[in-house]
Design a protein around this ligand. Structure first.
Ligand code: ATP
Ligand code: MG
Length: 421
């Protein structure tokens, strides 16, 4: 077993003062403490970390003593995690720990605190996430994580089959990191991910949703879907059944979409578009919120819509999707047209985009809500409230779109009196 390789001398990452403060508090109380996980990985990639996690030899009650006077939250005290809040910056600090046995392919039965940094990093998923850093010591690398980051490689810590059996979420994390960072998955780790893919059935829908969203928005999603669609089958059987025969073009299309979760999910679920209710069922199973389900459903329904045409057509298109999603749909069609190199279509879509932007800028009527009359006006004309009124407003809106009447109060009232009431 390799001992720790310390790369200290020249490595000096600039850390927020809050992080220095937490490290100093723990050191002054006689404890070891290191930055660990994603933040160290990101430093080495030359990326500013989005948050800072610390690992320490201090037990939770010792942390409380060391952080006296600072605001702390017992985030997961039974697992040794305390969050320190300094000037609005949360810093998670966790006692060095080893995980006990796993019986459900997801959670350890128990965790035990330890005084060994090595043991703590050995429980982590990938070598790139098993690095620790202290400004006075440098990087502590027990498993070759630095070399793997330099080679842009994702490698399980220890025996990959066993690590994925312990916690099947790691399989999805490997795919997600590969998509987001553009790293490849090392051969044995990749083989184990494939061999153990069926265990993804034991991972909660919420976690699959979370990881899949990040995966789909990653810059390298095309390659990951292309190579690992079969791994996703256990988590998304209905999607896989519909998608498996056409993975290559699908992966390409998903990767070409704007990096927006709704756009990427819509493209990802497009093989289910022709099967009534299927895409929505997949999203419901993954615990998507109702609003996102509706948005994706509508975008899927507009997939075959040309999204170009004359003014009334474009206004109806905007009315159907709302301004934001109409623009998103156009961007999605533009991405597809760029992919296929269809210049005529690209030009038509660019014109549609300009027309819609102009319409929206002029405040043109693109939804019932934009009408110059409302329910109160119709009530004053003697229209019954409820369904009749809704229908009347819809028809008035339709007439405005077709150019049959101006979106102006008196003109609309006259139109309603004459044709609708
Ligand atoms: P991100 O940039 O997405 O936050 P991260 O590596 O920081 O990436 P987190 O989910 O925040 O990911 O986890 C923090 C650290 O905890 C990881 O770097 C890794 O060391 C460890 N870790 C997280 N999840 C697991 C897991 N399922 N199995 C083993 N170790 C894990
Ligand atoms: Mg993190």
């Amino acid at each position: 077993m390799t001992d720790v390789s310390i790369m200290g001398k020249n490595l000096c990452f600039s850390l927020p003062t809050q992080v220095h403060m937490v490290l100093d508090r723990l050191a002054n109380a006689g404890h070891e403490a290191f930055l660990v996980g994603g933040c160290v990985r990101d430093f080495l990639r030359g990326v500013v970390p989005h948050d800072y996690d610390l690992t320490t030899s201090a037990q939770p009650e010792e942390m409380h003593a060391a952080f006296a006077g600072l605001r702390t939250i017992d985030t997961g005290i039974q697992h040794g995690t305390i969050t320190v809040l300094i000037d609005g910056m949360p810093i998670e600090v966790t006692t060095y720990r080893v995980d006990g046995d796993y019986h459900d392919n997801r959670h350890p039965d128990a965790v035990t605190f330890t005084t060994s940094l090595r043991e703590d990093v050995a429980r982590r998923d990938f070598t790139m996430n098993a690095l620790a850093y202290h400004p006075a010591i440098g990087i502590c690398d027990y498993f070759g994580g630095c070399a793997d980051i330099a080679d842009r490689r994702i490698r399980a810590v220890g025996e990959p089959h066993r690590r994925f059996e312990e916690d099947a979420l790691r399989i999805l994390r490997a795919l997600r990191f590969s998509a987001v960072l553009g790293f490849s998955i090392e051969e044995k780790t990749a083989a184990a991910a494939r061999d153990r893919a069926h265990l993804l059935a034991n991972v909660s829908a919420e976690r699959i949703h979370e990881e899949l969203t990040k995966l789909l928005c990653g810059q390298n999603v095309q390659a990951v879907l292309h190579e690992y669609a079969g791994v996703l089958a256990a988590a998304l059987p209905a999607w896989y059944r519909a998608a498996r025969d056409d993975i290559a073009p699908l992966a390409k299309r998903v990767g070409a979409m704007p990096s927006d979760p709704v756009a990427r999910f819509t493209a990802f679920l497009s093989p289910l578009a022709e099967m009534p209710g299927e895409a929505d069922r997949v999203m419901a199973d993954l615990r998507f919120d109702r609003r996102t389900r509706e948005r994706v459903g509508k975008l899927l329904a507009h997939q075959t819509d040309p999204c170009t045409g004359d003014l009334p057509t474009l206004r109806r298109f905007v009315a159907g999707l709302g301004a934001g999603d109409a623009r998103l749909m156009l961007a999605m069609h533009q991405a597809t047209a760029t992919l296929t190199g269809d210049e005529e279509r690209q030009n038509a879509l660019a014109t549609a985009h300009e027309t819609i932007d102009a319409l929206l800028q002029q405040g043109a009527c693109c939804s019932v809500r934009d009408l110059a009359i409302g329910g109160a006006d119709l009530l004053a004309l003697g229209c019954a409230p409820g369904k009749t009124m809704g229908l009347c407003l819809q028809r008035a809106f339709s007439a405005v779109l077709d150019g049959g009447v101006e979106n102006e109060k008196n003109a609309l009232l006259a139109y309603c009196k004459q044709h609708l009431l």
